[in-house]
Design a protein around this ligand. Structure first.
Ligand SMILES: *[C@@H]1O[C@H](CO)[C@@H](O)[C@H](O)[C@H]1NC(C)=O
Ligand SMILES: *[C@@H]1O[C@H](CO)[C@@H](O)[C@H](O)[C@H]1NC(C)=O
Length: 478
Protein backbone atom coordinates (compact mmCIF):
# COMPACT_ATOMS: atom_id res chain seq x y z
CA UNK A 1 0.00 0.00 0.00
CA UNK A 2 2.75 2.41 1.01
CA UNK A 3 4.79 1.38 -1.97
CA UNK A 4 1.91 1.96 -4.33
CA UNK A 5 1.36 5.42 -3.01
CA UNK A 6 5.05 6.15 -3.25
CA UNK A 7 5.18 5.06 -6.88
CA UNK A 8 2.25 7.26 -7.66
CA UNK A 9 3.84 10.26 -6.00
CA UNK A 10 7.37 9.77 -7.21
CA UNK A 11 6.99 11.40 -10.65
CA UNK A 12 5.34 14.38 -9.04
CA UNK A 13 8.04 14.60 -6.43
CA UNK A 14 10.75 14.51 -9.07
CA UNK A 15 9.06 17.23 -11.03
CA UNK A 16 8.84 19.50 -8.03
CA UNK A 17 11.44 22.25 -7.72
CA UNK A 18 14.36 21.06 -5.61
CA UNK A 19 14.15 21.90 -1.94
CA UNK A 20 10.44 22.52 -1.86
CA UNK A 21 8.61 19.71 -0.12
CA UNK A 22 5.51 18.30 -1.75
CA UNK A 23 2.53 19.27 0.36
CA UNK A 24 0.57 16.42 1.83
CA UNK A 25 -2.80 16.13 0.18
CA UNK A 26 -5.74 13.87 0.82
CA UNK A 27 -6.57 11.15 -1.69
CA UNK A 28 -9.56 13.15 -2.79
CA UNK A 29 -7.42 16.18 -3.48
CA UNK A 30 -4.96 14.09 -5.45
CA UNK A 31 -7.79 12.72 -7.51
CA UNK A 32 -9.09 16.16 -8.26
CA UNK A 33 -5.61 17.37 -9.22
CA UNK A 34 -4.98 14.38 -11.43
CA UNK A 35 -8.30 14.68 -13.17
CA UNK A 36 -7.67 18.39 -13.67
CA UNK A 37 -4.35 17.60 -15.30
CA UNK A 38 -5.72 14.91 -17.58
CA UNK A 39 -8.70 17.04 -18.46
CA UNK A 40 -6.33 19.83 -19.27
CA UNK A 41 -4.18 17.60 -21.43
CA UNK A 42 -7.18 16.24 -23.29
CA UNK A 43 -8.34 19.62 -24.23
CA UNK A 44 -5.96 22.54 -23.74
CA UNK A 45 -8.75 24.92 -24.56
CA UNK A 46 -10.58 23.83 -21.48
CA UNK A 47 -7.59 24.62 -19.31
CA UNK A 48 -8.50 28.01 -17.99
CA UNK A 49 -6.27 30.20 -15.93
CA UNK A 50 -9.06 30.31 -13.42
CA UNK A 51 -8.86 26.58 -12.86
CA UNK A 52 -5.09 26.75 -12.64
CA UNK A 53 -5.24 29.54 -10.12
CA UNK A 54 -7.76 27.64 -8.08
CA UNK A 55 -5.49 24.65 -8.09
CA UNK A 56 -2.45 26.63 -7.02
CA UNK A 57 -4.41 28.37 -4.31
CA UNK A 58 -5.66 25.04 -3.09
CA UNK A 59 -2.17 23.58 -2.87
CA UNK A 60 -0.70 26.66 -1.26
CA UNK A 61 -3.58 26.97 1.13
CA UNK A 62 -3.05 23.47 2.32
CA UNK A 63 0.66 24.02 2.51
CA UNK A 64 0.20 27.07 4.70
CA UNK A 65 -2.12 25.20 7.00
CA UNK A 66 0.44 22.44 7.42
CA UNK A 67 3.16 24.94 7.99
CA UNK A 68 1.26 26.79 10.67
CA UNK A 69 0.76 23.60 12.60
CA UNK A 70 4.27 22.24 12.34
CA UNK A 71 6.17 25.53 12.28
CA UNK A 72 5.57 25.91 15.98
CA UNK A 73 8.24 24.60 18.32
CA UNK A 74 7.59 21.82 20.80
CA UNK A 75 7.55 24.45 23.55
CA UNK A 76 4.95 26.58 21.75
CA UNK A 77 2.71 23.60 21.17
CA UNK A 78 2.95 22.42 24.77
CA UNK A 79 2.11 25.89 26.05
CA UNK A 80 -0.92 26.19 23.79
CA UNK A 81 -2.38 22.83 24.77
CA UNK A 82 -3.30 23.79 28.32
CA UNK A 83 -5.84 20.98 28.60
CA UNK A 84 -3.07 18.44 28.29
CA UNK A 85 0.11 20.11 29.47
CA UNK A 86 -0.53 23.03 31.86
CA UNK A 87 1.11 21.15 34.75
CA UNK A 88 4.17 20.19 32.71
CA UNK A 89 4.47 23.76 31.41
CA UNK A 90 4.42 25.06 34.98
CA UNK A 91 7.34 22.80 35.95
CA UNK A 92 9.28 23.72 32.80
CA UNK A 93 8.73 27.44 33.39
CA UNK A 94 9.82 27.08 36.99
CA UNK A 95 12.96 25.23 35.94
CA UNK A 96 13.84 27.79 33.26
CA UNK A 97 16.51 26.05 31.17
CA UNK A 98 14.54 23.32 29.41
CA UNK A 99 12.17 25.81 27.80
CA UNK A 100 15.04 27.32 25.78
CA UNK A 101 15.97 23.88 24.53
CA UNK A 102 12.40 22.94 23.65
CA UNK A 103 11.94 26.28 21.90
CA UNK A 104 15.20 26.18 19.91
CA UNK A 105 14.31 26.28 16.24
CA UNK A 106 17.79 25.16 15.18
CA UNK A 107 17.54 21.78 16.90
CA UNK A 108 15.80 18.60 15.83
CA UNK A 109 14.89 16.78 19.03
CA UNK A 110 12.42 14.43 20.68
CA UNK A 111 10.57 15.16 23.90
CA UNK A 112 8.38 12.89 26.00
CA UNK A 113 5.64 15.02 27.51
CA UNK A 114 3.74 13.67 30.52
CA UNK A 115 0.18 15.03 30.35
CA UNK A 116 -1.84 16.62 33.12
CA UNK A 117 -3.25 13.31 34.34
CA UNK A 118 0.28 11.96 34.57
CA UNK A 119 1.25 14.89 36.79
CA UNK A 120 -1.78 14.79 39.06
CA UNK A 121 -0.28 14.71 42.52
CA UNK A 122 -0.88 11.60 44.59
CA UNK A 123 -3.39 12.19 47.35
CA UNK A 124 -1.38 12.72 50.46
CA UNK A 125 -1.14 15.29 53.17
CA UNK A 126 0.66 18.58 53.02
CA UNK A 127 4.45 18.31 53.02
CA UNK A 128 6.81 20.87 54.38
CA UNK A 129 9.86 21.66 52.25
CA UNK A 130 12.27 19.45 54.14
CA UNK A 131 10.01 16.47 53.69
CA UNK A 132 9.60 17.24 50.02
CA UNK A 133 13.34 17.57 49.45
CA UNK A 134 13.86 14.32 51.30
CA UNK A 135 11.25 12.60 49.18
CA UNK A 136 12.50 14.16 45.95
CA UNK A 137 16.06 13.03 46.64
CA UNK A 138 14.75 9.48 46.91
CA UNK A 139 12.24 9.72 44.12
CA UNK A 140 13.08 12.61 41.81
CA UNK A 141 9.86 12.79 39.84
CA UNK A 142 7.94 15.42 37.95
CA UNK A 143 4.66 14.57 39.67
CA UNK A 144 6.17 15.34 43.07
CA UNK A 145 7.60 18.59 41.75
CA UNK A 146 4.30 19.44 40.18
CA UNK A 147 2.59 18.75 43.51
CA UNK A 148 5.10 20.96 45.29
CA UNK A 149 4.48 23.86 42.92
CA UNK A 150 0.75 23.37 43.21
CA UNK A 151 0.73 23.29 47.00
CA UNK A 152 3.05 26.28 47.43
CA UNK A 153 2.47 28.96 44.82
CA UNK A 154 5.15 31.19 46.35
CA UNK A 155 7.74 28.84 44.89
CA UNK A 156 6.85 30.22 41.49
CA UNK A 157 7.54 33.82 42.46
CA UNK A 158 10.79 35.55 41.63
CA UNK A 159 13.49 35.66 44.24
CA UNK A 160 14.03 39.42 44.00
CA UNK A 161 11.76 40.68 46.75
CA UNK A 162 12.49 37.87 49.16
CA UNK A 163 13.75 38.75 52.62
CA UNK A 164 16.69 37.15 54.36
CA UNK A 165 14.43 34.92 56.38
CA UNK A 166 13.52 33.28 53.10
CA UNK A 167 17.08 31.98 52.69
CA UNK A 168 15.81 28.51 53.37
CA UNK A 169 13.11 28.81 50.78
CA UNK A 170 15.60 30.08 48.21
CA UNK A 171 17.84 27.12 48.83
CA UNK A 172 14.88 24.80 48.55
CA UNK A 173 13.93 26.41 45.24
CA UNK A 174 17.45 25.93 43.93
CA UNK A 175 17.34 22.25 44.78
CA UNK A 176 13.91 21.86 43.20
CA UNK A 177 15.16 23.54 40.04
CA UNK A 178 18.20 21.29 39.80
CA UNK A 179 16.11 18.17 40.24
CA UNK A 180 13.52 19.42 37.74
CA UNK A 181 16.30 20.13 35.22
CA UNK A 182 17.70 16.61 35.48
CA UNK A 183 14.35 14.90 35.33
CA UNK A 184 13.28 17.00 32.33
CA UNK A 185 16.54 16.13 30.55
CA UNK A 186 15.66 12.49 31.06
CA UNK A 187 12.55 13.17 28.95
CA UNK A 188 14.53 14.51 25.98
CA UNK A 189 16.46 12.93 23.12
CA UNK A 190 19.06 14.81 21.10
CA UNK A 191 17.56 13.79 17.75
CA UNK A 192 14.08 13.81 16.29
CA UNK A 193 12.55 10.33 16.32
CA UNK A 194 9.07 9.12 15.44
CA UNK A 195 7.55 6.32 17.51
CA UNK A 196 8.25 3.94 14.67
CA UNK A 197 11.92 4.88 14.59
CA UNK A 198 12.11 4.52 18.37
CA UNK A 199 10.56 1.05 18.18
CA UNK A 200 13.56 -0.09 16.16
CA UNK A 201 15.81 -0.11 19.24
CA UNK A 202 15.54 -1.52 22.72
CA UNK A 203 17.13 1.44 24.48
CA UNK A 204 17.96 5.00 23.49
CA UNK A 205 20.20 7.66 25.03
CA UNK A 206 18.51 10.68 26.61
CA UNK A 207 19.96 14.17 26.96
CA UNK A 208 20.67 13.51 30.65
CA UNK A 209 24.34 12.78 31.21
CA UNK A 210 25.54 10.85 34.23
CA UNK A 211 27.59 13.34 36.26
CA UNK A 212 27.91 11.53 39.57
CA UNK A 213 30.83 9.34 38.48
CA UNK A 214 28.55 6.47 37.52
CA UNK A 215 27.52 4.94 34.20
CA UNK A 216 30.84 5.77 32.58
CA UNK A 217 29.66 9.38 32.36
CA UNK A 218 27.49 8.32 29.42
CA UNK A 219 24.05 9.63 28.62
CA UNK A 220 21.41 7.83 30.65
CA UNK A 221 19.10 5.66 28.60
CA UNK A 222 15.43 4.81 28.51
CA UNK A 223 14.07 1.41 27.64
CA UNK A 224 11.59 1.10 24.81
CA UNK A 225 9.15 -1.75 24.59
CA UNK A 226 6.72 -2.09 21.76
CA UNK A 227 3.58 -4.10 21.37
CA UNK A 228 1.97 -4.66 18.01
CA UNK A 229 -1.62 -5.28 19.04
CA UNK A 230 -2.64 -2.62 19.65
CA UNK A 231 0.46 -0.82 18.38
CA UNK A 232 1.96 1.04 21.30
CA UNK A 233 5.19 1.97 23.01
CA UNK A 234 6.04 1.64 26.65
CA UNK A 235 8.96 3.49 28.18
CA UNK A 236 10.83 2.05 31.18
CA UNK A 237 8.03 -0.48 31.83
CA UNK A 238 5.63 1.97 33.48
CA UNK A 239 4.96 4.80 31.05
CA UNK A 240 2.84 4.41 27.96
CA UNK A 241 2.95 6.65 24.90
CA UNK A 242 -0.62 7.93 24.55
CA UNK A 243 -0.19 10.18 21.52
CA UNK A 244 2.86 9.78 19.33
CA UNK A 245 4.57 11.77 16.60
CA UNK A 246 3.28 15.26 17.32
CA UNK A 247 5.27 17.10 14.70
CA UNK A 248 6.87 20.38 15.61
CA UNK A 249 9.27 22.69 13.88
CA UNK A 250 12.12 21.39 16.01
CA UNK A 251 11.25 17.70 16.14
CA UNK A 252 8.62 15.44 17.65
CA UNK A 253 6.94 15.11 21.00
CA UNK A 254 5.11 12.09 22.35
CA UNK A 255 2.55 12.25 25.17
CA UNK A 256 3.13 10.00 28.20
CA UNK A 257 0.70 8.77 30.83
CA UNK A 258 3.41 8.66 33.50
CA UNK A 259 6.48 10.85 33.99
CA UNK A 260 9.87 9.17 33.59
CA UNK A 261 12.11 8.78 36.59
CA UNK A 262 15.88 8.48 36.18
CA UNK A 263 16.48 4.89 37.31
CA UNK A 264 17.92 3.92 40.71
CA UNK A 265 20.85 1.53 41.16
CA UNK A 266 20.70 -2.14 40.19
CA UNK A 267 20.40 -3.16 43.85
CA UNK A 268 17.66 -0.64 44.63
CA UNK A 269 15.71 -1.69 41.55
CA UNK A 270 15.84 -5.39 42.36
CA UNK A 271 14.99 -4.59 45.97
CA UNK A 272 11.75 -2.93 44.81
CA UNK A 273 10.51 -6.25 43.44
CA UNK A 274 10.75 -8.80 46.25
CA UNK A 275 8.30 -11.17 44.52
CA UNK A 276 10.84 -11.56 41.75
CA UNK A 277 14.23 -10.98 43.33
CA UNK A 278 14.06 -11.40 47.14
CA UNK A 279 16.28 -14.52 47.05
CA UNK A 280 18.92 -12.83 44.92
CA UNK A 281 18.99 -9.60 46.95
CA UNK A 282 19.15 -11.45 50.27
CA UNK A 283 21.89 -13.70 48.91
CA UNK A 284 23.84 -10.61 47.85
CA UNK A 285 23.32 -8.97 51.23
CA UNK A 286 24.13 -12.22 53.02
CA UNK A 287 27.64 -12.26 51.53
CA UNK A 288 28.08 -8.48 51.97
CA UNK A 289 27.99 -8.04 48.22
CA UNK A 290 25.62 -5.09 48.09
CA UNK A 291 28.43 -2.67 47.28
CA UNK A 292 29.09 -4.46 44.01
CA UNK A 293 25.67 -3.69 42.53
CA UNK A 294 24.57 -0.58 44.42
CA UNK A 295 25.33 3.11 43.86
CA UNK A 296 23.98 5.93 45.94
CA UNK A 297 24.87 9.19 47.60
CA UNK A 298 26.69 8.66 50.87
CA UNK A 299 25.36 11.19 53.38
CA UNK A 300 27.85 10.40 56.12
CA UNK A 301 31.01 10.44 54.01
CA UNK A 302 30.04 13.58 52.07
CA UNK A 303 31.12 17.07 52.99
CA UNK A 304 29.83 20.33 51.61
CA UNK A 305 30.95 20.58 48.00
CA UNK A 306 32.48 17.12 48.12
CA UNK A 307 29.81 14.52 47.52
CA UNK A 308 30.74 10.89 48.08
CA UNK A 309 29.03 7.86 46.64
CA UNK A 310 28.74 4.33 47.90
CA UNK A 311 29.03 1.28 45.69
CA UNK A 312 30.02 0.40 42.16
CA UNK A 313 29.84 2.97 39.42
CA UNK A 314 29.32 0.65 36.49
CA UNK A 315 28.38 -3.00 36.15
CA UNK A 316 26.04 -5.27 34.24
CA UNK A 317 24.18 -7.98 36.13
CA UNK A 318 22.44 -11.11 34.92
CA UNK A 319 19.95 -11.23 37.78
CA UNK A 320 18.42 -14.64 38.53
CA UNK A 321 14.80 -14.34 39.64
CA UNK A 322 13.24 -16.30 42.51
CA UNK A 323 12.15 -18.98 40.07
CA UNK A 324 15.81 -19.55 39.20
CA UNK A 325 16.68 -20.29 42.82
CA UNK A 326 13.58 -22.48 43.26
CA UNK A 327 14.72 -24.59 40.33
CA UNK A 328 18.01 -25.52 42.05
CA UNK A 329 18.34 -28.97 43.63
CA UNK A 330 16.96 -28.62 47.15
CA UNK A 331 20.19 -29.75 48.85
CA UNK A 332 22.27 -27.33 46.79
CA UNK A 333 20.08 -24.48 47.95
CA UNK A 334 20.51 -25.54 51.57
CA UNK A 335 24.24 -25.79 51.02
CA UNK A 336 24.61 -22.39 49.33
CA UNK A 337 22.65 -20.64 52.05
CA UNK A 338 24.49 -22.41 54.89
CA UNK A 339 27.77 -21.22 56.40
CA UNK A 340 29.52 -24.15 54.64
CA UNK A 341 28.39 -23.02 51.22
CA UNK A 342 29.08 -19.36 51.69
CA UNK A 343 32.25 -19.33 49.64
CA UNK A 344 30.51 -21.18 46.82
CA UNK A 345 27.65 -18.68 46.92
CA UNK A 346 30.08 -15.75 46.64
CA UNK A 347 31.65 -17.32 43.55
CA UNK A 348 28.33 -18.23 41.95
CA UNK A 349 27.01 -14.69 42.45
CA UNK A 350 30.22 -13.15 41.12
CA UNK A 351 29.78 -15.15 37.94
CA UNK A 352 26.53 -13.25 37.29
CA UNK A 353 28.14 -9.81 37.11
CA UNK A 354 30.18 -8.17 34.36
CA UNK A 355 32.13 -5.45 36.17
CA UNK A 356 33.03 -2.04 34.69
CA UNK A 357 30.87 -2.78 31.68
CA UNK A 358 27.62 -1.57 30.23
CA UNK A 359 26.24 -4.34 28.11
CA UNK A 360 22.97 -3.69 26.32
CA UNK A 361 21.54 -5.23 23.20
CA UNK A 362 22.70 -2.18 21.24
CA UNK A 363 25.75 -1.07 23.20
CA UNK A 364 28.92 -2.49 24.70
CA UNK A 365 30.91 0.00 26.75
CA UNK A 366 33.89 -0.85 28.91
CA UNK A 367 35.13 1.58 31.50
CA UNK A 368 38.76 0.59 30.95
CA UNK A 369 38.64 1.20 27.21
CA UNK A 370 36.72 4.45 27.83
CA UNK A 371 34.86 3.98 24.61
CA UNK A 372 31.95 2.24 23.07
CA UNK A 373 33.36 -1.03 21.77
CA UNK A 374 30.17 -1.67 19.89
CA UNK A 375 27.29 0.64 19.17
CA UNK A 376 24.78 -1.53 17.43
CA UNK A 377 24.81 -2.29 13.76
CA UNK A 378 23.85 1.11 12.47
CA UNK A 379 20.97 1.05 10.09
CA UNK A 380 21.01 -2.75 9.71
CA UNK A 381 17.70 -3.91 11.18
CA UNK A 382 18.79 -7.55 11.66
CA UNK A 383 22.01 -8.80 13.18
CA UNK A 384 23.68 -11.51 15.23
CA UNK A 385 26.47 -10.43 17.53
CA UNK A 386 28.55 -12.48 19.94
CA UNK A 387 30.71 -11.31 22.83
CA UNK A 388 32.93 -13.07 25.32
CA UNK A 389 33.00 -10.90 28.46
CA UNK A 390 34.86 -11.24 31.75
CA UNK A 391 32.65 -11.93 34.76
CA UNK A 392 33.51 -10.74 38.26
CA UNK A 393 34.70 -14.30 38.96
CA UNK A 394 38.40 -14.35 38.05
CA UNK A 395 39.23 -16.25 34.86
CA UNK A 396 35.59 -17.01 34.12
CA UNK A 397 33.97 -15.59 31.02
CA UNK A 398 30.39 -15.39 29.81
CA UNK A 399 29.25 -15.86 26.26
CA UNK A 400 26.67 -13.27 25.29
CA UNK A 401 24.76 -13.36 22.02
CA UNK A 402 22.50 -10.59 20.78
CA UNK A 403 20.05 -11.19 17.98
CA UNK A 404 17.85 -8.65 16.32
CA UNK A 405 15.37 -9.87 13.76
CA UNK A 406 13.22 -7.83 11.48
CA UNK A 407 9.84 -9.59 11.66
CA UNK A 408 8.14 -7.64 8.88
CA UNK A 409 9.60 -5.28 6.32
CA UNK A 410 8.32 -2.37 8.40
CA UNK A 411 10.51 -0.16 10.53
CA UNK A 412 10.14 -0.91 14.23
CA UNK A 413 8.73 -4.41 13.80
CA UNK A 414 11.79 -6.11 15.25
CA UNK A 415 12.47 -8.68 17.91
CA UNK A 416 15.61 -8.41 20.01
CA UNK A 417 16.89 -11.26 22.18
CA UNK A 418 19.92 -11.77 24.37
CA UNK A 419 21.37 -15.15 25.30
CA UNK A 420 23.92 -15.69 28.04
CA UNK A 421 25.76 -19.04 27.96
CA UNK A 422 23.01 -20.23 25.56
CA UNK A 423 20.26 -19.29 28.05
CA UNK A 424 17.59 -16.93 26.76
CA UNK A 425 17.32 -13.79 28.92
CA UNK A 426 13.73 -13.24 30.15
CA UNK A 427 13.83 -9.45 30.43
CA UNK A 428 16.58 -7.61 28.57
CA UNK A 429 18.09 -4.16 28.92
CA UNK A 430 16.68 -2.92 32.23
CA UNK A 431 18.32 0.50 32.67
CA UNK A 432 19.91 1.33 36.02
CA UNK A 433 21.85 4.23 37.48
CA UNK A 434 25.05 2.18 37.63
CA UNK A 435 24.60 -0.08 34.61
CA UNK A 436 22.07 -2.56 33.39
CA UNK A 437 20.21 -5.66 34.50
CA UNK A 438 19.12 -8.65 32.43
CA UNK A 439 16.72 -11.03 34.16
CA UNK A 440 17.35 -14.78 33.85
CA UNK A 441 15.25 -17.75 34.96
CA UNK A 442 18.11 -20.20 35.63
CA UNK A 443 21.32 -19.72 37.59
CA UNK A 444 24.42 -19.65 35.39
CA UNK A 445 26.79 -22.56 35.91
CA UNK A 446 30.35 -21.26 36.35
CA UNK A 447 33.20 -23.03 34.52
CA UNK A 448 34.59 -25.85 36.64
CA UNK A 449 36.50 -29.13 36.37
CA UNK A 450 34.28 -32.17 36.63
CA UNK A 451 34.82 -35.84 35.81
CA UNK A 452 32.15 -38.50 35.90
CA UNK A 453 32.57 -41.92 37.58
CA UNK A 454 34.37 -43.32 34.54
CA UNK A 455 36.83 -40.44 34.51
CA UNK A 456 35.31 -38.70 31.49
CA UNK A 457 35.53 -34.93 31.47
CA UNK A 458 32.00 -33.52 31.83
CA UNK A 459 33.02 -29.97 32.77
CA UNK A 460 30.87 -28.60 30.02
CA UNK A 461 27.63 -29.76 31.68
CA UNK A 462 25.40 -26.77 31.94
CA UNK A 463 23.21 -27.76 34.86
CA UNK A 464 23.45 -28.24 38.59
CA UNK A 465 22.37 -31.88 38.72
CA UNK A 466 25.70 -33.39 39.79
CA UNK A 467 26.71 -30.40 41.85
CA UNK A 468 27.84 -32.55 44.78
CA UNK A 469 30.70 -33.85 42.63
CA UNK A 470 32.25 -30.49 42.01
CA UNK A 471 30.75 -27.47 43.82
CA UNK A 472 32.37 -28.02 47.25
CA UNK A 473 35.88 -28.56 45.85
CA UNK A 474 35.44 -25.84 43.24
CA UNK A 475 34.44 -23.41 45.99
CA UNK A 476 37.75 -24.05 47.77
CA UNK A 477 39.91 -23.38 44.71
CA UNK A 478 41.59 -20.01 44.89
C1 LIG B 1 19.21 2.47 16.93
O1 LIG B 1 20.48 1.89 17.08
C2 LIG B 1 21.32 2.02 15.95
C3 LIG B 1 22.57 1.28 16.28
O2 LIG B 1 22.28 -0.08 16.38
C4 LIG B 1 21.57 3.50 15.66
O3 LIG B 1 22.35 3.64 14.52
C5 LIG B 1 20.23 4.20 15.49
O4 LIG B 1 20.44 5.58 15.34
C6 LIG B 1 19.33 3.96 16.68
N1 LIG B 1 18.02 4.53 16.47
C7 LIG B 1 17.36 5.14 17.42
C8 LIG B 1 16.01 5.61 17.09
O5 LIG B 1 17.82 5.28 18.53
C1 LIG C 1 43.86 -17.28 35.80
O1 LIG C 1 44.53 -17.93 34.75
C2 LIG C 1 45.91 -17.69 34.71
C3 LIG C 1 46.50 -18.39 33.50
O2 LIG C 1 45.55 -18.80 32.60
C4 LIG C 1 46.56 -18.18 35.98
O3 LIG C 1 47.94 -17.88 35.96
C5 LIG C 1 45.90 -17.53 37.16
O4 LIG C 1 46.41 -18.08 38.35
C6 LIG C 1 44.41 -17.73 37.13
N1 LIG C 1 43.81 -16.98 38.21
C7 LIG C 1 42.85 -17.49 38.98
C8 LIG C 1 42.34 -16.59 40.07
O5 LIG C 1 42.41 -18.60 38.82
Amino acid sequence: MRLLLLNALLPLALAAPAGKPIPELSTQQWNSIQSSFSDGLRSLSQWSWGAAEGLVAEIEGIKHQDDDETQKTIWQQLKEDTNSFSRLVKVIEFEGESAKYLDDKDLQITFFAPNNDALTPPKHGHHDHDELIEELSKNPSLDLLSAALESDASLLKDDDDDDDDDEKKKRCKEIFKKIAGKVLQYHGLAKAYTAQELAQNSTVATVLKADDGSYGGLHRRIRIEKSLLPPSLKINFYSRVLVSDKKARNGYFHTLNHPLIPPPSIFEELFLFPDEFSTFTSAVQGVHGRKYIDWHYDHEASKDGDPQFYGTALTTVFAPNNKAFLALPFKLKLYLFSPFGRHALVKVLAYHAVPDTLLLSELLYKEKAKEELWGGSGSDPSFHKEFIVNSALPNATLKVEVDKTQLLPIEGVVKTTIKVNDQLVEVIDVPARNGATHVIGKLLVPPHKHHDDDGNDVSGEDDWENWEDWVPSWADEV
